[in-house]
Design a protein around this ligand. Sequence first.
Ligand SMILES: [Zn+2]
Length: 305
Amino acid sequence: MPMRELGPIVVLVHVVSFCLGCIVGSFLNVVVWRVPRGESLLSPPSHCPNCGHEIRPWENIPIISWLCLRARCSSCGQPISIRYPLGEGATGILFWLVALAALRRNLPLAWLPGAFYLTGSLLAASLIDLKHRLIPNLITYSGLVVSIVLALLIPQSRIGVFSGDVVVSGGLLVHSAIHGLAGEFQADLFQMPAVLAMLDWVLGAALGFGILGSFSFLGTKVFKSPLMGLGDAKLLAMIGGFLGADAVLFTTLFGSLTGLIFGLVRRYAFRSSDLSVAFGPFLSLGAFVWILFGGSVWDVFHKVF
Ligand SMILES: [Zn+2]
């Protein structure tokens, strides 16, 4: 169902998306801390690092509990870092922006779960990459699995696959691939949204991994040094899995340009000797811009360049 048909209950979308974001943010706080340290996400349950006091459910309500507890452990009084409510609030705002984009672009409601999942994954991957210079496989592999399951079970979650006119989320690239591959079977193919969605998924994920994976391979073979890790290639594959091939092209372009500008500004304006740049956050930002604006970003791109 397109979002504009929701009528008065649309206000629920705003409230629910923000609250859902805060709850997911609370979980992401745990992911960002534990996953790069190789710790389990399930056990032990959340506890005070100082006295071991186990966090009870009412002490775990995003933002509100931190305020009610006045930022201190209820057992030993040890201060609780502000990064917890900040992570929760930031994820809440990002989810709300995603819901706003879905309303503005009049996307189907089925688009939201994948967009939320990808947004949470991008945020966690970026924070971990900034601090630890790695992107955990747990995030990218699980994202690839979730996106393929969504493509198979809810093909409508991929923009336009559901419509008879077929404007697939991979856009032009997928269109030409379908025309090339399917030939006279095109009409039949368009009656099978799950097959179309799968094709869209495969092209997006393969292009994502291929672009940065080949850079990594070339770096090792030609320059005898890995120019970038495979973590970035897997991240871009996950982005392609959710958003399709066109998004991969935009994300690569956006990530490279903003990453380059950041590196140059840091080098020449702040005289930093550190030449390496964590690429994950720039790719993630590019993918998030695509989530918010979709293919219309190309119009802006064309005007600027
Ligand atoms: Zn304590």
